[in-house]
Design a protein around this ligand. Structure first.
Ligand code: PGA
Length: 249
């Protein structure tokens, strides 16, 4: 079984001063029993990778372009992330789907670009509040999963992050039954498509994960870790989440 994964998404937060927090997280977890990934802003990628080199803490980016190079002002490619020392990249975060009109098709191309560059693609999917309230959650999540995941996805190169849009940064969290329902559905969909290998593909929950709710979320079936935003910025918040994941069976 692939190890569980505690992933942090710093979003557009952090200048060089924030590298102290990264070092503190690395120092607090010198021999973790789970994988740890921090995705700082692109400006900190190289320094972050340098600081954590040789340590059991991986560095990833928050987005990549679908192409490896070219005339795309302001974009960053998957090979560039790899070259900067990254091992993973988040694709299809709901903030990108919403603010940059990213479609499932584009997200799949970005995930493919990540795979081609030897990076792990952390593919984000999740329903809006409106979609949940109108009973469309599984349909939306299913469509996003199928449309955003490349054919060559394996447990080694792909992580799925279920992040209900209404739970991100809001302090609102689905019930444990709601999380379990979606995670079981994702596992089944992945198994239908990729066969037994899908048992080892990590499915993270994301959206207002905090030290106070992490343990109960990690006890839900088919939850293999978390993608954490706000609570990944400080060692004092992220460490208890890592510890809760290590303690989960
Ligand atoms: P949050 O963000 O933990 O701050 O809710 C999660 C995410 O967007 O990945």
């Amino acid at each position: 079984m692939t190890r569980k994964l505690a992933a942090g998404n710093w979003k557009m937060n952090g200048t060089r001063a924030a590298l102290e927090n990264l070092s503190a997280i690395a120092e607090a977890h010198t021999a973790p029993s789970v994988d740890i990934l921090i995705c700082p802003p692109a400006t900190l990628l190289m320094q972050s990778a340098g600081l954590t080199s040789g340590k059991p803490l991986d560095i990833g980016a928050q987005d990549c372009h679908a192409q490896a190079s070219g005339a795309h002002t302001g974009d960053i490619s998957a090979p560039m992330i790899k070259d900067a020392g990254g091992t993973a990249v988040i694709v299809g975060h709901s903030e990108r789907r919403e603010n940059h009109n990213e479609t499932n098709d584009l997200v799949r191309q970005k995930a493919q670009a990540a795979h081609d560059a030897g990076l792990i693609a952390v593919i984000c999917i999740g329903e809006t509040l409106e979609q949940r309230e109108s009973g469309q959650t599984l349909e939306i999540v299913g469509d996003q999963l199928t449309g955003s995941t490349p054919e060559g996805a394996t447990p080694a190169n792909t992580v799925i992050a279920y992040e209900p849009v209404w739970a991100i940064g809001t302090g609102k969290v689905p019930t444990l039954d709601q999380i379990g329902e979606v995670h079981d559905f994702i596992r089944k969909s992945l198994t239908d498509r990729f066969g037994e290998a899908a048992q080892d593909m990590r499915i993270l929950y994301g959206g207002s994960v905090k030290p106070g709710n992490a343990a109960e979320i990690f006890a839900v079936s088919n939850v293999d870790g978390a993608l954490v935003g706000g609570a990944s910025l400080k060692e004092g918040d992220f460490s208890p989440i890592i510890n809760a994941l290590e303690a989960a069976v």
